[in-house]
Design a protein around this ligand. Structure first.
Ligand code: PMP
Length: 386
């Protein structure tokens, strides 16, 4: 193709558009970018971050370590110190393989690419984390979603039928699930793992806020890998996820991993941060306490139903999701509206648990707009809230 001078040249625009249409895959062109809101100056309750700042004592410990990182060099491709620190903090010996990712987002991509033979199926319950589908499409796999039940439990019979029909190379189970917040029944997960002909990836992004985990059991099954992240416990900015499974699985997946995917600053930070795990655990406890308070207060608003959560967010079904979203937006509070995402999520908002002050602001804004008093004394209908 002959190069034309850059600028506002209509024939150049046409040529570029034609080249993109002929070159970029149609299914990629049909995608939209993953939406991330910019929320400087807002109360940010949309992305399941830990709302607490890194404690000063931890920051002080970090500064010296980070300043010494030789950033003119590539980082350790095996991220040995970082992996050792993780192993120690999780109590994982050499029987477990562990692979690191640039966030668990990258691990989702790596697992998908590793299994995506032409025609391979990636299967997940729906609604669940949208990146399972997006990565399947990007890897040219065929994505199959199986609806959850109305109460967000796995429809295990439908899952088993789909597994039998589709023979998926990869099944994703977010445990607890995003955006519904619940843990699936252990027996249901076991049946799915037993029936799946391929890999079952159990995504425990929210493990720190949940009462159960499959991590201690990962080697019990020939086809399970557990994926986790440090994002939700207070380190989202570092971008570090990890996959744990039998070393034979991890050895294969490592072949897809870009060698320097975990940058030097993150590698240096992780051992320091994990040495202060107690500080992060305290923040996690505060988030759990606030989760209970936010859940109770939301459920007490007229017409609102909340769902049992094992995560750092609360899923609330409200009478008018767009109006509620706009009310919060006017108060400079950002939450996630899931209305329109999936039929099971009609009228739902996903609200990350913030600091007590942030949660007060949230509950204050909603109480003023929609509390029992705001409804001019209309009696609260208990059935509405069931
Ligand atoms: N898995 C689940 C279930 C998630 O909800 C998220 C974040 N929203 C991720 C993985 C990705 O986390 P990260 O890339 O920050 O590790």
């Amino acid at each position: 193709m002959t190069a034309k001078p850059a600028g506002r040249d209509a024939s150049h625009d046409d040529a570029r558009a034609a080249c993109i249409a002929a070159t970029v895959r149609a299914d990629v062109r049909a995608l939209t970018r993953y939406p991330v809101a910019h929320a400087e100056g807002w109360i940010k309750l949309d992305a399941m971050e830990n709302p607490y700042a890194t404690p000063d004592v931890v920051r002080d410990a970090l500064s010296a370590g980070l300043a010494a990182v030789p950033i003119n060099r590539y980082p350790d491709a095996d991220a040995r110190d970082c992996r050792l620190a993780l192993r120690a903090s999780l109590g994982l010996d050499e029987r477990f393989g562990i692979m690191l990712g640039n966030g668990s987002d990258e691990l989702i991509q790596i697992l998908t690419v590793a299994v995506a033979t032409p025609g391979a199926v990636v299967l997940a319950p729906e609604p669940s984390f949208v990146m399972y589908r997006r990565n399947a499409i990007a890897a040219h796999a065929r994505y199959v979603g199986v609806p959850l039940q109305a109460d967000f439990r796995l429809d295990v019979e439908a899952m088993l039928r789909a597994i039998e029909r589709e023979r998926p190379a990869l099944v994703w189970l977010a445990y607890p699930n995003n955006p519904t917040g619940n843990l699936f029944d252990v027996a249901d997960v076991e049946r799915i793992v037993g029936a799946a002909p391929g890999l079952v990836a159990i995504d425990e992004a929210y493990y720190a806020f949940a009462d159960k985990s499959f991590l201690p059991r990962v080697l019990e099954f020939p086809n399970v890998v557990v994926v986790r992240t440090v994002s939700k416990i207070g380190m989202a900015g570092l971008r570090l996820g990890y996959a744990i499974g039998h070393p034979d699985w991890i050895d294969e997946l490592e072949k897809i991993r870009p060698p320097y995917n975990v940058n030097g600053l993150t590698q240096a930070a992780i051992p320091v941060l994990l040495a202060h795990a107690d500080a992060f655990a305290q923040q996690g406890l505060a988030i759990r306490r606030e989760r209970h308070r936010v859940d109770r207060a939301l459920a007490a608003l007229p017409g609102v139903r909340t769902y049992a959560t094992q995560t750092n967010f609360v899923l609330a079904r409200v009478p008018d999701a767009s109006a509620w979203f706009a009310t919060l937006r006017d108060a400079k509070i950002l939450v996630k509206s899931l209305d329109g995402w999936h039929p099971l999520l009609a009228g739902c908002l996903r609200i990350t648990v913030g600091t007590p002050a942030e949660n007060d602001a949230l509950l204050g804004a909603l109480g003023r707009a929609y509390g029992a008093k705001a409804r001019d004394g209309v009696a609260m209908n208990q059935e509405e809230r069931a």
